[in-house]
Design a protein around this ligand. Structure first.
Ligand code: FMN
Length: 291
């Protein structure tokens, strides 16, 4: 109530609809679609700013705003949340002696990583097995489904990691929370999903700027003469729109990882904790380990 709102286009050229506080409060969300801009090519994300006056998108702290038509406009200040996924940032008590509770907290913390843009678990390390040594890289944790023991990220089907997973599906995820001094290792079997219902649903939700990564001419890691050679000349200088980016879905894959072992470690002067949880086929078995 009483909050002013702005959207990327409307901030530059204010429109009456987006100024209506009653519409904003009726929407009841922090990030909603701008009705004034629905139809046509696409919608615009609208941020409900907790202050007064129209704000340029960049000045809105605490929200991620993906505007399909103005790709540079992604604000992700402290406390930013993925649109549509509100979460409460609560401090977790990791010093518990109940392993079942600890396991629940581990999955909740991983889920928080998909909701909060500034959560350290959002940016994870994923290790795959190569012929002679492990390969490790940063990925964004996109989905966590504790009931199915799933951790999901997106990747390019042409990437070396996809080839490594096809050869050997064993992977390990690494998460570290520096403020809480918590490390989580998740060993899993990975499966690539490509052009099926789940992959296409995820593709449809992928912001247009992110889709550009899947339009490179060659596989990720291919040697280039100059950085600009990564994309076909026809894409140079173009703002991504739906038609332009659609061919990228051929390279887009969901990487679904079914966790079989979780290891939790917290190093804290007052209460070190190290536990291994192993999926038995029916449930999680756990044991304390020497930190
Ligand atoms: C912040 C950040 C986030 C990334 N997220 C992803 C991701 O979600 N999926 C992905 O495939 N690559 C992601 N990358 C790129 C990979 O870390 C890596 O450089 C590239 O995929 C190489 O992987 P490869 O081992 O398959 O060659 C990200 C890189 C950074 C720096």
């Amino acid at each position: 109530m009483g909050r002013d709102i702005g959207c990327s286009r409307c901030a530059a050229s204010p429109c009456a609809t987006t100024r209506r506080a009653d519409w904003a409060s009726a929407a009841g969300a922090d990030v909603v679609k701008c009705p004034a801009r629905s139809g046509g090519v696409d919608f615009f994300w609208v941020a409900l700013a907790p202050s007064h006056g129209m704000l340029p998108m960049d000045a809105l702290p605490g929200y991620e705003i993906a505007c399909p038509e103005r790709p540079g406009h992604i604000g992700n200040g402290p406390g930013a949340e993925v649109p549509g996924r509100r979460s409460q940032a609560a401090r977790v008590n990791w010093a518990v002696n109940n392993r079942r509770q600890l396991l629940r907290q581990v999955w909740e913390a991983l889920e928080a990583g998909t909701r909060r843009l500034d959560h350290p678990f959002r940016t994870a390390a994923l290790a795959t097995a190569g012929d002679t040594h492990p390969h490790i890289r940063t990925v964004i944790l996109r989905e966590v489904l504790p009931d199915r023991r799933l951790l999901v990220c997106h990747t390019d089907l042409r990437s070396p990691k996809a080839a490594q997973i096809r050869r050997l599906s064993g992977v390990q995820w690494h998460f570290y929370h520096p403020a809480e001094r918590v490390q989580i290792l998740a060993s899993a079997r990975a499966r690539l999903r490509h052009l099926d219902e789940a992959a296409l649903a995820a593709w449809r939700q992928t912001p247009l700027p992110s889709r550009m990564s899947y339009l490179t001419r060659h596989a990720p890691g291919t040697v280039l003469r100059r950085p600009a050679d990564a994309w076909p000349p026809s894409l140079h200088g173009r703002e991504p729109d739906r038609d332009l980016t659609e061919p990228g879905h051929q390279h887009f894959a969901l990487l679904e990882c079914t966790v079989h072992t979780l290891e939790f470690l917290r190093l804290d002067r007052e209460a070190h904790r190290r536990v291994r949880f192993v999926w038995s086929g029916k449930g999680w078995k756990s044991e304390w380990l020497t930190p």
